[in-house]
Design a protein around this ligand. Structure first.
Ligand code: ZN
Length: 453
């Protein structure tokens, strides 16, 4: 049996975090006729699917092939609270999960975030700029998770509708709490971009963003946020929506989309109303050039909406120039521009540390575990990001996870997943602490008996 959970523990360990998840998943109401009284407990469906993601199983079939294996059954019960280790077949698991509303798989995110707040580790993400203290950067973007010319479901977005080359795809709107000095990111509950969201890719992403932001406000009403977005969202309606929630924003501005804004800045520049600043890093010699001004009309069609504009050029040691522009409602002064630039560049954390990791570091976000007809693909994607959240928090605040990562795999997470999977499939494990102890102390299995006959 697992060790009793310490209520006020400040550590973000696997045993605590996974218990938060499984406690949520067991609340999903059983929709089966007569609740299949003698069948597999209903909670086992979602908990088994989550275990598959947490253990980085490459396919549902691979997971299913070990369904009768007593070692896996034992470990699913002790580590993931799968009652009696009874796992449904891959076909039955797909059928049941397909019918469940995705909101059940968003719920654990809020519970885990509450533990994260109580742990005190959220303070590491505090971002201070000018008069704004104790704010948090929330970087948001959409990413594609599935594409097919054949398979589709009720949630699928459609490309080339009605044409011979009609195709289907899924996208996810993801958002993470990020910080310039933190490698770890903290994903909030993602939001699927679905067919009903609009006709164009733009419409779809913006509709999903509205739902995403509404859910963030509902789940975290007191969190003081600065929303960090790509240039696609640099428009009046998105800015007004963000401000209606009492938040601030830093959004990329691009030449192609914001010609009149750039013209307005150039005009102010001629009038001597634009400030400039050049800084050189005394250690690296890298040069940073800033140009900034406040209170500029966002565009000609929307002269009411005024924004502050920061242009930034970095010249690296090779002499190559890298240019960025952002719009923001945060007042720009010589004291705030550096923090603003660092906050704006955190947008890459959603691309690099989040989506790339989810697609290339054994989380298999783009892998088709099964598509279903209603919500299966969406539900499995939410569970995949949930496993990523659990791992990110362990990396931030679990001493045993940190030690295993450092001492056994030199910080390479994908190698740690392989070690964990190996133990999970071959050893009877009673607790998460025991699993990490075995990994850290390099416990090895006995010698395989050799029979020459
Ligand atoms: Zn679909």
């Amino acid at each position: 049996m697992a060790k009793p959970i310490q209520k006020n523990c400040t550590h973000l360990t696997a045993s605590h975090l996974i218990k938060e998840v499984t406690d949520c998943l067991v609340d999903i109401p059983d929709h089966r006729p007569n609740h299949c009284k003698n069948g597999i407990p209903f909670g086992n469906f979602a908990k088994s699917a989550f275990a598959m993601m947490q253990m980085k199983m490459p396919s549902m079939l691979r997971f299913d092939s070990q369904r009768e294996d007593p070692v896996q059954a034992h470990n699913l019960e002790t580590l993931f609270d799968v009652v009696n280790g009874r796992v449904p077949s891959d076909t039955r698991m797909r059928e049941v999960l397909d019918q469940l509303s995705p909101h059940w798989f968003q719920k654990p995110y809020k519970k885990i975030f509450s533990r994260f707040q109580r742990s005190g580790h959220l303070q590491k993400f505090e971002f201070h700029i000018g008069h704004l203290k104790n704010h948090y950067l929330l970087a948001i973007d959409g990413t594609q998770t599935f594409f097919s010319g054949k398979l589709h479901c009720d949630d699928c977005c459609v490309k080339n509708q009605g044409k011979a080359n009609e195709a289907y795809y899924h996208q996810l709107m993801g958002g993470c709490i990020v910080h310039p000095d933190q490698k770890v990111v903290i994903p909030l509950a993602p939001e699927a971009i679905v067919r009903q969201d609009g006709c164009t890719k733009n419409d779809c992403e913006k509709s999903a963003l509205k739902r995403f932001l509404a859910n963030v406000k509902k789940d975290h009403p007191y969190l003081k946020l600065i929303i960090v977005l790509d240039g696609l969202y640099a428009d009046g309606p998105t800015i007004r929506l963000i401000k209606s929630y009492g938040w601030h924003y830093i959004i990329i501005a691009k030449d192609g989309n914001h010609g009149s804004l750039i013209e307005a800045v150039d005009e102010l520049d001629k009038q001597g109303k634009v400030a400039r600043c050049l800084k050189t890093d005394p250690v690296t010699g890298i040069k940073y050039w800033y140009r900034f001004t406040n209170d500029v009309p966002l565009n000609k069609s929307n002269p009411v909406e005024h924004v502050n504009v920061l242009d930034f050029v970095e010249t690296d040691k090779k002499g190559d120039r890298h240019t960025w522009s952002w719009i923001t409602d945060i007042p720009l002064t010589e004291k705030t521009i550096e923090a603003l630039m660092k906050g704006g560049r955190c947008r890459w954390h959603i691309e690099n540390q989040t989506f790339n990791t989810l697609k290339k570091q054994d989380y298999h976000l783009e892998h088709n575990y099964g598509h279903g007809e209603q919500h299966l693909a969406t539900n499995l994607a939410y569970l995949t990001v949930l496993a990523f959240l659990v791992d990110q928090l362990q990396q931030l605040g679990s001493p045993e996870f940190q030690k295993a990562l450092k001492e056994r795999t030199r910080g390479v997470r994908i190698h740690l997943w392989e070690l964990m999977k190996g133990y999970f499939q071959t050893w009877l494990i009673k607790t998460w602490e025991g699993l990490f102890d075995a990994i850290i102390s390099r416990t090895v299995a006995g010698i395989v008996p050799y029979d020459s006959s």
